[in-house]
Design a protein around this ligand. Structure first.
Ligand code: SF4
Length: 347
């Protein structure tokens, strides 16, 4: 089970028994309202349910308020150093604020943020990453230092009677990331925002995020995820979505394809891509698995656990299996139509 507490971010719930929420962050200049709004819309269309926007200075506050009004996605204000930015962002419509009490300063300033967050019923995310380990924990193993630094921030909020909290601990090292989140999940009831920080460019981020987030999610740790990718944040959302679908934590079509060998009767890679692209174009959202297998030797057996299996036979035709039973044999050009009918009929 995931953590028991839940928080409400706009119209989205995080924690409790709720689904794993996908979030991302804009990388446009907050002052450029139009660009930022466009990016948020793109992120939403890609599947983001919550989007974070940096509020770096006083001049960002007004555009931030304008951005919030122009989108229908809950927006999180990302604040560092200045408590007044957190207070005003909440007043300007933030659905959640992410702060780092360690760099906000005095307890009095944190108290001010808490007071407004309570009035507006806004959750606060706190946490730690490799760059924000508290001095007193620097001799601990890194995962423990990370987790204890985050717990210290949690205690600062709890001391003010504030419990509407989301916590994150992030590392660029998948194992440290796992251990830190595991440690923290055993000690607090608050929803966990998980991610592997600074995961790199697209290909590297896919691997690191799959290892780092997959290991946590398979252990029921994590309530909301943010994949980190250098570049266009839409890619973060796509990776997050694919990861959740592959783990069975989100509705979607899973494409299974054999690695091919000398027995392969069809170009599995090309067929698998065609099926994948065709499903993407039609934006089909169903819980289905479709297997593309190269031959009848192992194909039907390996595909028995799929809803639909396309298995290569001689002369560029393929047999289609439905729930493990032979449905028929078709020419390549007929496959799309048959597949379409079957997908429509299933579920
Ligand atoms: S399904 Fe057939 S072609 Fe694909 S890996 Fe297995 S034996 Fe080889």
């Amino acid at each position: 089970m995931f953590s028991k507490n839940e928080v409400t971010v706009g119209n989205i719930k995080i924690g409790g028994d709720h689904h794993i929420v996908i979030q991302s962050m804009t990388n446009t200049d907050t002052i450029d309202v139009q660009k930022t709004v466009s990016q948020i819309i793109e992120l939403k269309q890609a599947g983001a349910e919550i989007v974070r926007v940096s509020v770096r200075k006083k001049q960002d506050l007004e555009p931030f308020g304008e951005i919030v009004k122009r989108v229908d996605v809950p927006i999180v204000a990302d604040i560092h150093f200045d408590y007044r930015l957190a207070v005003q962002s909440i007043k300007n419509g933030a659905s959640k604020v992410r702060i780092n009490p360690g760099n906000i300063g005095s307890e009095e300033k944190i108290r001010e943020i808490v007071k407004v967050a309570k009035d507006y019923k806004i959750p606060i995310r706190v946490g730690a990453n490799s760059g924000s380990i508290a001095k007193e924990y620097q001799n601990l193993p890194i995962y423990k230092a990370l987790a204890e630094s985050a717990l210290k921030e949690v205690r600062l909020l709890e001391k003010e009677g504030f419990f509407d909290i989301v916590v994150s601990v992030k590392s660029t090292n998948a194992k440290e990331n796992f251990l830190a989140n595991q440690y923290i999940s055993q000690r607090i009831p608050y929803p966990l925002h998980i991610g592997v920080t600074e995961a790199g460019v697209y290909e590297d981020a896919i691997i690191l995020s799959s290892a780092g987030l997959g290991s946590l999610l398979l252990n029921d740790i994590g309530d909301t995820i943010r994949v980190s990718v250098s570049g266009n944040p839409v890619k973060e959302v796509q990776i997050a979505k694919d990861l959740l679908i592959s783990l069975g934590l989100k509705e979607g079509i899973k494409i299974i394809a054999c690695p091919t060998c000398a027995r392969s009767e069809i170009n599995v890679e090309s067929w698998a891509y065609q099926v994948k692209n065709w499903i993407k174009e039609r934006n089909i959202v169903k819980n289905l698995s479709i297997a593309v297998m190269g031959c009848v030797v192992n194909g039907p057996g390996e595909a028995r656990h799929s809803d639909i299996a396309i298995v290569g036979t001689k002369n560029t035709s393929a047999a289609i299996f439905l729930k493990g039973k032979l449905y028929g044999t078709y020419k390549k050009e007929e496959i799309k139509e048959v597949l379409s009918e079957l997908i429509n009929d299933l579920n």
